[in-house]
Design a protein around this ligand. Structure first.
Ligand SMILES: NC(=O)C1=CN([C@@H]2O[C@H](COP(=O)(O)OP(=O)(O)OC[C@H]3O[C@@H](n4cnc5c(N)ncnc54)[C@H](OP(=O)(O)O)[C@@H]3O)[C@@H](O)[C@H]2O)C=CC1
Ligand SMILES: O=C(O)[C@@H]1CCC=N1
Length: 266
């Protein structure tokens, strides 16, 4: 099965590199990219063929669309004439619905919507996938296998996609923001930056491993750290006073709403 990736920015290259690491034959992969300099870079780095979007759409069994939501309409208009029934489109764009894509491609082209995230770059991605209206099990399995090359895959109904985008799609940015804030706090408390960074990164990795390996609820894990009358309780009180929990809720609501707006083309 050949796969084309149209839009080789951050996420497109992440997918491409994951497929190469997972052992997909490079001669079964191609990239649609308009900038000559970027095309050369990808050819040199991965040995992959870089072609026009039209050629990619005409040749590949599966076409992964990884352009910005705002560019999706133009790209679909460009490639629609090359697509044929039986092909699969996998869209990784935030907000864009399968119905939008289906309305712009020939009848019988299957569409799967995916929301990946950047930890896919280190094979720890979290991707959610949802079928469009002309998908069968083989299309979902192919999309799943595409995304499984870079991490976990979860099947969800499409109506959950905007919320998923707000949680796991954008999620790494919130975590990096917390990490950055903790490192700055360490520096403020007098630690060398390198020490603060090592302490915070390993604390993050260790905490994530505890969540995954014990399956214990985060509240219980948090209580285990919080000694009566101790340091953690003092810190957590400040986080509550500063409404950090409410801020997270508002932030993710804003991301969900933005995903809905992107669907409307704004
Ligand atoms: N980054 C992330 O964490 C995540 C991103 N996504 C989704 O992935 C998609 C891409 O995002 P991201 O990688 O961050 O964005 P980037 O801007 O890094 O990548 C988009 C790429 O598409 C290229 N492009 C634009 N128009 C065309 C075209 N007509 N034909 C071919 N290529 C084109 C751009 O090229 P050029 O720069 O030359 O214009 C660029 O390389 C978005 O839809 C986003 O919602 C989903 C989940 C997570
Ligand atoms: O910020 C964005 O719009 C994309 C989608 C999810 C993560 N990055």
């Amino acid at each position: 099965m050949s796969t084309a990736i149209i839009g080789a920015g951050v996420m497109g290259e992440t997918l491409l590199s994951g497929l190469v690491r997972a052992g997909r034959r490079v001669d079964q992969l191609m990239v649609g990219e308009k900038r000559a300099e970027r095309a050369r870079e990808l050819e040199e780095r991965y040995g992959v063929a870089v072609v026009s979007n039209r050629e990619a759409a005409a040749k590949a069994d599966t076409v992964a669309l990884v352009v910005k939501p705002q560019d999706m309409g133009d790209v679909l208009d460009e490639i629609a004439g090359e697509l044929r029934p039986g092909q699969l489109i996998v869209s990784l764009a935030a907000g864009i619905t399968t119905a939008f894509i289906e309305s712009r491609v020939p009848e019988g082209v299957a569409v799967v919507r995916v929301m990946p995230n950047t930890p896919a770059l280190v094979d720890e991605g979290m991707a959610a996938i949802a079928p469009g209206s002309h998908c069968d099990e083989s299309h979902l399995t192919e999309a799943e296998s595409l995304m499984a090359s870079t991490g976990k895959v979860l099947r969800i109904p499409e109506k959950q996609m905007d919320a998923v985008t707000a949680i796991s799609g954008s999620g790494p940015a919130y975590i990096f923001f917390v990490v950055e804030s903790m490192i700055e706090a360490g520096v403020h408390l007098g630690l060398p930056r390198a020490t603060a960074t090592e302490l915070v990164v390993q604390t993050l990795v260790g905490s994530a491993a505890m969540l995954r390996e014990t399956g214990t609820h985060p509240v219980v894990l948090r209580e285990q750290v919080t000694s009566p009358g101790g340091t953690t309780a003092s810190a957590l009180r400040e986080l509550e006073i500063h409404k950090v929990r409410a801020a997270f809720l508002a932030a993710m609501e804003a991301a969900r709403n933005r995903s809905r707006e992107l669907a409307e083309g704004s």
